[in-house]
Design a binder for this molecule. Structure first.
Ligand code: COA
Length: 403
């Protein structure tokens, strides 16, 4: 029998569209003080998908850099977490499977529970790998966060994807087996099937988020999870970065002296990407984790991170992970920064057309190339989505920083 030393995240990459809308422009359009968004909400920009981008193209662009031959051969399961599904029946993961030519001998499934789905994927993946250590599991989270035009939620929109490989003896972080859970049937955020924009009771969602955090953390401690004084960094689900500040305050109050050594510096690096991308629902916590690993100047090797995942409706989960000693060699920080720096700013009319008019198009159509990424949606033919590789791999700036 193979001895497993650790199970966790072996590789991670993020993708966000090549266009953004600046929240200063949104503030001007609505006659609001921009400081409400930059300081009060903690957001600067929202990523905006072009008409030829969707959750599948964002996902394929995030996954592609992870696909070494060893990963392709060992992936037994693909879990695609999203709440922006493009089909009521077929898993978005199967489109990615086709676009990227993954091997046929694997299972592919879509997970949904608002912003929480990817964490269910990670936990299921860790247990699969604990049972069969030679296998790897590909977790993808990809979402477009869309609220009504002119609503309070509009400033917290965004789009992006994260892809992770879960394996035995991971190179980046080891996920500990304990986790604390809290679920509640509540209507704080929902999106009926006929709508492209979510409905939200924003204030209620903040209250339930904070209650879920303290309840999940208490459950975690009851089950023998690490005390907070053994935790060095924190990473919270971030629908907007100010939420991490609220979360930290609630957790520190609940934990009392256990949290005395923790302050804003414990979660600040996890907010860098989110401020520039906006909410990415199921991907948000893991884009935050990637942001922490990529942007923290301290060497996090051997340090412990506390993570809180929240999905409205609602499920909360608190768990911990330890960063592996050589993690820095396997990060793609330069590629992520290059991608975010290269984005183009959209004017108000283009943002509104792309974000609000495109989802209403249901007819067959060919799509002109606007996407900056390698993969794009080329057409809808007989109600079938047709994807293509728009930019051949050879022409891309290398995304691999892997030694
Ligand atoms: N300068 C600086 N800060 C300002 C400001 C200004 N001119 N004007 C307002 N603010 C601050 C407020 O004090 C408030 O700070 P606080 O939360 O620390 O008290 C913050 O900006 C937000 O202001 P508020 O009036 O509460 O915003 P809102 O009523 O427009 O709604 C949300 C904010 C987050 C509820 C809304 O964007 C939303 O519904 N988002 C989607 C749901 C969501 O993301 N939920 C999170 C849990 S999953």
């Amino acid at each position: 029998m193979t001895l497993i030393n650790a199970v966790g995240i072996d590789d991670i990459a993020i993708y966000s569209p090549g266009h953004y809308y600046d929240l200063a422009d949104l503030a001007a359009a609505h006659g609001i003080d921009p400081a409400k968004y930059t300081k009060g909400i903690g957001q600067e920009r929202m990523a905006v998908p072009s008409p030829d981008e969707d959750i599948v193209t964002m996902a394929a662009n995030a996954v592609a850099p992870l696909l070494s031959d060893g990963v392709r051969d060992a992936v037994s399961t693909v879990i695609f977490a999203t709440e922006s599904g493009i089909d009521q029946s077929k898993s978005a993961g199967l489109f990615v499977h086709g676009v990227l030519g993954l091997r046929p001998n694997c299972r592919v499934v879509e997970f949904k529970q608002a912003c929480y789905g990817a964490t269910a994927g990670i936990q299921f993946a860790c247990d699969l790998v604990r049972q069969r250590p030679a296998e790897k599991v590909l977790i993808i989270a990809s979402d477009i966060a869309r609220y009504e035009r002119g609503s309070e939620g509009e400033c917290t929109q965004g789009a992006g994807a994260v892809a992770m490989v879960v394996s035995a003896n991971p190179r980046l972080i080891e996920i500990h087996p304990q986790s604390g859970l809290f679920s509640l049937d509540v209507m704080d955020f929902w999106r009926p099937n006929h709508r492209s924009a979510a409905l939200v009771d924003g204030k209620l969602s903040i209250d339930v988020y904070l209650r879920s955090l303290t309840e999940a953390w208490a459950d975690f401690r009851r089950k023998g999870g690490l005390p907070l004084d053994a935790v060095d960094k924190l990473c919270f689900h971030q629908p907007f970065t100010k939420m991490a500040k609220k979360a930290f305050g609630a957790l520190a109050e609940a934990a009392g002296p256990e949290a005395a050594h923790l302050g804003e510096a414990s979660y600040a690096d996890s907010q860098v990407y989110g401020r520039l991308i906006g909410n990415t629902y199921s991907a948000s916590l893991y884009i935050g984790l990637c942001s922490l690993l990529d942007n923290c100047a301290e060497n996090l090797g051997g340090r412990t991170i506390g993570l809180f995942s929240y999905g409205s409706g609602s499920v909360g989960e608190f768990f911990t992970a330890t960063v592996r000693p050589s993690y820095r060699r396997y990060l793609r920080a330069d590629a992520h920064r290059t991608m975010l720096d290269a984005r183009q700013r959209l004017d108000d009319a283009t943002y509104a057309a792309w974000f609000y008019e495109v989802p209403k198009q249901v007819e067959d159509r060919a799509l002109p190339q606007e996407a900056a990424g390698r993969f794009r949606l080329a057409a809808v033919e007989e109600q079938r989505r047709v994807y293509e590789e728009a930019i051949p791999e050879a022409q891309l700036v290398p995304l691999q920083a892997v030694a």
